[in-house]
Design a protein around this ligand. Structure first.
Ligand SMILES: *[C@@H]1O[C@H](CO)[C@@H](O)[C@H](O)[C@H]1NC(C)=O
Ligand SMILES: *[C@@H]1O[C@H](CO)[C@@H](O)[C@H](O)[C@H]1NC(C)=O
Ligand SMILES: *[C@@H]1O[C@H](CO)[C@@H](O)[C@H](O)[C@H]1NC(C)=O
Ligand SMILES: *[C@@H]1O[C@H](CO)[C@@H](O)[C@H](O)[C@H]1NC(C)=O
Ligand SMILES: *[C@@H]1O[C@H](CO)[C@@H](O)[C@H](O)[C@H]1NC(C)=O
Length: 342
């Protein structure tokens, strides 16, 4: 599992996190109907709020969850993840993880989270449902009339692990351009399918600046991002945005598919200057709070990691995932683009 966690690019609790932006509403319009709006989430560890089995993943082990809710919650963060911040924007509780199999109304009324840490558009190194399989789970619930299609919004956070898997298997970025095209093509087919099932708005994240993830920058003592990694992310994002413009044009509605620019949100939170972090509000810059094999202990119970004193000073929590505060900063940076979800 040790090795597996390395490839889990993105992943966390789903209790009441609706505190900070409760009550967002478009000026002059009726407030969003909180009893009706539902959020369906398809993704990886940046969006997962507890779908991975607790026996096999670090997200259910200390020190994950120390900031929120105070214990491990299945999220790959010391606290909240992307899904939680988006749910709070919508004024709803973070949707329940699918694998919890809690199908009563009080659990499912805000939608459902199908995201599984480590997954991708295609199959990755983890044996968990890929994007297609996640949509199948959703479609089954619609067929069983667990959900009808009213006031629903989808959040899609995928593809990072597809690139991680490509590197792991192929050892280089050769052939990456063609691979990126195939990832985006499949992603776009899946987005159309989500809309076709009856979801009104689909928000899809761009890829983050890969080259700045601590896993990569550790080789420069967390001083400098890899330009190659960042260019790969930019290329994916550019292709995806072109496709979203085309899809919106085809549907005849300008904002069915919404691009969430995580690349620029990460950059702005880190105040990146030419692949170097600038004077960011995060004292630790690119260095993660949890150093080492976060969440692992050896046979004697000795921790194989060290946690920083104040997680709020770190943008990154572990080698791949932002901290609770990091996600908060990212969310602030792209929040304006969420208004078209309402
Ligand atoms: C998704 O996973 C299923 C089951 O492993 C597999 O049959 C299918 O080909 C995968 N889809 C894609 C697009 O890779
Ligand atoms: C690995 O790279 C080669 C080019 O060197 C490419 O042809 C091949 O498709 C890549 N492998 C995978 C698994 O995509
Ligand atoms: C859901 O949306 C689909 C596609 O727009 C439509 O065919 C179907 O009738 C809708 N179902 C309900 C229950 O509204
Ligand atoms: C879609 O694109 C075509 C061709 O560029 C344009 O004529 C049309 O107005 C666009 N439709 C929408 C809804 O944006
Ligand atoms: C950060 O801010 C301090 C004080 O404002 C300044 O002296 C320093 O040059 C800045 N560093 C960078 C990398 O911008």
């Amino acid at each position: 599992m040790e090795k597996k966690t390395c490839y889990i690019f993105f992943c966390l609790v789903s209790f009441a996190v609706c505190t900070e932006v409760y009550g967002v509403q478009r000026p002059g319009e009726a407030p969003l109907d909180r009893d009706r709006v539902k959020l369906f989430v398809f993704g990886d560890s940046y969006a997962d709020t507890g779908n991975l089995p607790s026996s096999t993943t670090s997200s259910w082990k200390e020190p994950y969850g120390i900031t929120f809710p105070g214990k491990p919650s299945g999220r790959f963060s010391d606290g909240r993840v992307l899904t939680d911040y988006i749910a709070s924007f919508l004024g709803i509780r973070s949707p329940v993880p699918y694998e919890w199999k809690k199908m009563e109304e009080k659990w499912i009324k805000n939608g459902m989270n199908f995201a599984h840490g480590g997954t991708g558009v295609f199959n990755t190194l983890v044996d968990q449902p890929n994007m297609t399989a996640q949509i199948n789970l959703f479609q089954q619930l619609i067929q069983k009339n667990v959900y009808t299609n009213s006031s629903s919004i989808a959040l899609v956070s995928l593809a990072g692990n597809d690139y991680g898997t490509y590197f792991a298997k192929n050892g280089s970025a050769e052939g990456m351009e063609a691979f990126t095209k195939s990832v985006v093509d499949q992603l776009v087919l899946n987005l159309k399918r989500i809309h076709g099932v009856g979801v009104q708005k689909v928000a899809v994240t761009g890829i983050v600046p890969f080259g700045c993830l601590p896993k990569i920058t550790s080789s420069t003592s967390y001083k400098q991002c890899s330009e190659t990694g960042n260019n790969l992310a930019k290329f994916h994002n550019q292709l995806l945005q072109q496709n979203l413009r085309r899809l919106n044009n085809e549907t005849g509605a300008s904002s069915v598919f919404i691009f969430l620019d995580l690349y620029h949100a990460f950059s702005s939170a880190l105040k990146l200057k030419q692949d170097h972090p600038g004077n960011s509000t995060f004292k630790n810059g690119l260095k993660p709070c949890c150093l080492g094999s976060c969440g692992s202990v050896d046979e004697t119970g000795t921790k194989k990691y060290v946690v920083c004193e104040n997680p709020k000073q770190s943008f990154f929590w572990d080698s791949i995932h932002p901290s609770d505060h990091g996600w908060r900063a990212v969310y602030s940076a792209f929040k304006h683009s969420l208004h078209s979800l309402l």
